[in-house]
Design a protein around this ligand. Structure first.
Ligand code: AP5
Length: 217
């Protein structure tokens, strides 16, 4: 299946993507993770992206589109993929459509996870991530067994640089201005599956399964 996960920062895209990835065995492609990895390695792409990410702004379309297209031609994407955080602008969505149609392919569905703004602020400022393996937790909703330590690898949990209150607020504004129009874009194309992301994490994955015609009990 060729899927897109849409939704504001903190909606739970990364959390649900890991679940979908296990159930459908398709690669999880997160542009945010790709940029953070490039920043960690200090590559030219990372140095360019860091300025935008720290400011809560989008990395320019031409950089992001090229990065995703390079990833989608890898052999593991032959039978499908799950895009998380891409597309994020109408220009990115159009580029994806025309790239897929040039290969005789199309998206199967766009999963839109919606959560009210107040809850998003709480989720993002309470999020902690493992500095080693990238596992995601929440101090209240998804706490690790030992406070401050990753359940999977035991390394320290840290706050993402763009999860401060000021940057989160900017990211939510950018989402409303530049990404929210994609909801209608995909609704008009008959691809949109709307999911109530304010439910608990296990309920959300069941709702996504139902929207895709699968029973994930
Ligand atoms: P990116 O990494 O994609 O961030 P984002 O879209 O802002 O999304 P987040 O990762 O913050 O949230 P999420 O929806 O994955 O939520 P999560 O599952 O972690 O992008 C970062 C930056 O990179 C962008 O700002 C931009 O600068 C740049 N970028 C990336 N893609 C780009 C593109 N295409 N074009 C241009 N620039 C781009 O959950 C959040 C928290 O809530 C966690 O603590 C989790 O445990 C908790 N939680 C999850 N679900 C629930 C639930 N149901 N109930 C309670 N808590 C929950």
């Amino acid at each position: 299946m060729r899927l897109v996960l849409l939704g504001p920062p903190g909606a739970g895209k990364g959390t649900q993507a890991r679940e979908i990835n296990q159930r459908l065995a398709i690669p999880h492609i997160s542009t945010g993770d790709m940029f953070r990895e490039a920043i960690k390695r200090g590559t030219p792409l990372g140095r360019q992206a860091e300025v935008y990410i720290k400011g809560g702004r989008l990395v320019p379309d031409e950089v992001t589109i090229g990065l995703v297209q390079e990833r989608l031609v890898q052999p593991d994407c032959r039978n499908g993929f799950l895009l998380d955080g891409f597309p994020r602008t109408v220009a990115q969505a159009e580029a994806l459509d025309s790239w897929l149609s040039s290969r005789g392919e199309r998206l199967d569905a766009v999963i839109d996870i919606e959560v009210p703004r107040d809850a998003l602020l709480e989720r993002l400022t309470g999020r902690r991530v493992c500095r080693q393996c990238g596992a995601t937790y929440h101090v209240r909703y998804n706490p690790p067994a030992v406070p401050g330590k990753c359940d999977a690898c035991g390394q320290d949990l840290v706050q993402r640089a763009d999860d401060t209150e000021a940057t989160v607020s900017k990211r939510l504004d950018v989402y409303n201005e530049q990404t929210a129009p994609l909801v209608n874009y995909y609704r008009q194309r008959g691809l949109l599956k709307e999911i109530d992301g304010s439910q608990a994490i296990p309920e959300v994955i069941l709702a996504i399964g139902r929207a895709l015609g699968r029973d994930w009990q």
